[in-house]
Design a protein around this ligand. Structure first.
Ligand code: UGA
Length: 316
């Protein structure tokens, strides 16, 4: 019987991964410290949606508390999703918090994992953040890492500390570079969540820059599947791009959202944001060949699922 540790289990991707593992019959130790990057009530709702389950033990704690004996007892796979995310908010004094949550906490976790018989450790990295603005048609994992935000710098450093533990101790760490994940429970600071909320309230949507920036958006269940596949099939030190069905400009996403809600979104164009990448587009060839990863959910379907979830939550 597999026993997994999921850090950040009340967050967006972490809560979906926890649910998926429980459905697969995995016992889950979930940790979440309710980092105050957004309203803790949202994270509590995520936890409520996981529900009570005999195989699920939840610890409300920050990783910095380092209660490893309790958390890692009998664990044979570790999914590390806890982080301080968000590109645009990582400037200024917030940076020290980013360093603490994304680098120092990860290093402490890796060190603790050395006490176990080399469990697979699957770590959440990110894409636009570590690559910066992408050049060429698609970006593969060998592209130069040129972060353009302080957040990206912490994710880049986090990957490097992981590689150090792979090389020095053979810890089987895998890094997943997610490309802008969306879907039910998406973080409230992220674009789709904000746009749907604004449309629901009859407000104009707030677009940073000219709306021509593009992203390779990844539906959350595809990101979850990548975690499960990586735990089974990745080699120590592997890094994978985890992308979605295509690259699309923000204004074209808004047109799809408009069709979904049967309206034409009104747009307020705001100043472009420091640290924002102009485009991202994943070459997922390595994830396909090594893991058998293939995104299953189209943007149209994923947007519909996110919208339905947000509408249902707004009524509760
Ligand atoms: C997302 C995540 O928030 C990061 O944690 C992750 O590391 C990153 O993806 C990644 O792939 O590396 P981002 O691509 O900025 O970052 O995701 P969104 O917040 O959904 O923004 C997408 C685009 O919409 C950006 O160009 C952003 O400037 C824009 N946006 C966002 C708006 O125009 N208006 C808003 O109100 C919010």
């Amino acid at each position: 019987m597999t026993k997994a540790l999921v850090t950040g289990c009340a967050g967006f991707i972490g809560s979906h991964l926890t649910q998926r593992l429980l459905r697969d019959g995995v016992t889950v130790i979930g940790i979440d410290g309710f980092i105050d990057n957004y309203d803790a009530a949202e994270k509590r709702r995520n936890l409520a949606e996981i529900g009570t389950h005999p195989g699920f033990a939840f610890h409300a704690a920050k990783l910095q508390e380092q209660r490893w004996k309790e958390w890692l007892d009998g664990v044979d796979v570790v999914y590390h999703l806890s982080a301080l995310p968000g590109v645009r908010s990582s400037w200024g004094p917030a940076f020290s918090e980013y360093v603490s949550h994304n680098i120092l906490a990860t290093q402490a976790l890796l060190e603790a994992c050395l006490q176990l018989p080399r469990p697979p450790v699957i770590v959440a990295s990110s894409s636009s953040s570590v690559y910066g603005t992408m050049q060429g048609k698609r970006t593969d994992e060998k592209a130069p890492l040129q972060p353009i935000s302080p957040y990206g710098v912490t994710k880049h450093a986090m990957e490097q500390i992981c590689q150090v533990y792979v090389k020095a101790f053979g810890l089987p760490v895998t890094m997943l570079r997610y490309f802008t994940v969306y879907g039910p429970r998406q973080r409230p600071d992220m674009a789709f969540h904000r746009f749907f909320t604004q449309m629901m309230n009859g407000e104009p949507v707030s677009v940073y820059g000219n709306g021509l920036q593009s992203r390779d958006f990844t539906f959350v269940s595809d990101a979850v599947e990548a975690n499960v596949l990586a735990a089974r099939r990745a080699q120590p030190g592997d890094v994978f791009n985890i992308g979605g069905d295509r690259e699309i400009r923000l204004i074209d996403v808004l047109a799809i959202m408009g069709q979904l809600l049967n309206t034409t979104p009104r747009i307020t164009y705001l100043a472009g944001q420091a640290g924002d990448s102009q485009r991202t587009c994943a070459d997922i060839g390595f994830a396909e060949s090594r893991l058998g990863y293939r995104p299953q959910v189209s943007l149209e379907e994923g947007l519909r699922l996110q919208w339905e979830h947000m509408r249902a939550r707004s009524k509760n």
